[in-house]
Design a protein around this ligand. Structure first.
Ligand code: G3P
Ligand code: CA
Length: 269
């Protein structure tokens, strides 16, 4: 069974497999994190949303259409929103065949199933609370699953978990409920606003096209809620020249669908 290489976490910058190794296996599935582990990658990113009956599931879009066969199984239920389907209905869907015939039978994982595989693989998780405005209370519910799975102990908090969102409100809620968790804000706040973010977020995770060396230095000049310099993980970088450019800005992490491409580009950087 897949195991991430122990050495990966020590390398700079941290390379995070976006939605798993999603260039090579269907995004946000156990297959995509297993692929990342087989390639030797410690860190994986995912997206968490909620079903009609309150189960947390790992999927990126607010609709099931792009990454499952829902339109075939439930033809009359357009636009196939995640929040309008029960966990049992979603469990029937194929989340792999759209990507390739070899992945037929792959399922949309529940957050619990996903956490167990991440743990089994000895991986670390950049967990995104996706579209929190659609799912009131999802922060508390996510923390409950993390706690049940043993992910709120000190060793996981220290080095294996970051919770991020495009919603500053959502990140603030996570920080208030569970101050030991490292958090990340997805976006590029103005430098003059960074001091406000430093109260509740440890990382600023921007689209790589929106940053520069001076922006990354500005973020590094602030101390986050855990008393360490704020960090920058940039997304989504899938080719060598862009990896060189973005690493040159001094980022701490690079989020990529092709972790092997980014890592080999940066070897000896
Ligand atoms: O982790 C960064 C990235 O996932 C943010 O964008 O749309 O892929 O969730 P998106
Ligand atoms: Ca994401």
């Amino acid at each position: 069974s897949p195991r991430a290489s122990a050495g990966d976490a020590a390398q700079w910058p941290t390379v995070v497999a976006h939605r798993g190794a999603s260039a090579y296996a269907p995004e946000n599935t156990l297959a995509s994190i297993d692929k990342a582990a087989r390639l030797g990658f410690q860190w994986v990113e995912n997206d968490v949303q909620r079903t009609k009956d309150g189960e947390l599931v790992v999927i990126h879009d607010d609709s099931l259409k792009r990454t499952t066969d829902v339109a075939k199984v439930f033809p009359d239920r357009a636009p196939w929103k995640v929040k309008d389907f029960t966990a049992a209905e979603i469990a029937r869907l194929d989340a792999g065949s759209w990507f390739g015939a070899a992945f037929t039978g792959t399922r949309v994982p529940t957050l619990t199933q996903y956490m167990r595989e991440v743990e089994h693989n000895h991986q670390s998780l950049l967990l995104e609370i996706k579209n929190p405005e659609l799912y009131p209370g999802i922060e508390q519910q996510t923390l409950k699953v993390l706690g049940n799975e043993g992910w709120l102990d000190q060793s996981h908090l220290d080095s294996r978990l970051i919770v991020q969102s495009f919603s500053a409100d959502s990140i603030r809620i996570v920080h208030d409920l569970s101050p030991g968790i490292r958090t990340g804000f997805l976006g590029t706040p103005s430098v003059s606003a960074l001091h406000e973010y430093a109260a509740f977020t440890d990382l600023i995770n921007p689209s790589y096209g929106s940053i520069s060396t001076s922006y990354v230095s500005a973020v590094h000049g602030f101390t986050g809620p855990h008393g360490t310099p704020m960090e920058v993980y940039a997304w989504t970088v899938d080719d060598a020249p862009t990896a060189w450019k973005v690493a040159g800005y001094g980022v701490d992490g690079i989020i990529t669908n092709k972790p092997d491409v980014v890592r080999s580009a940066l070897n000896g950087f």
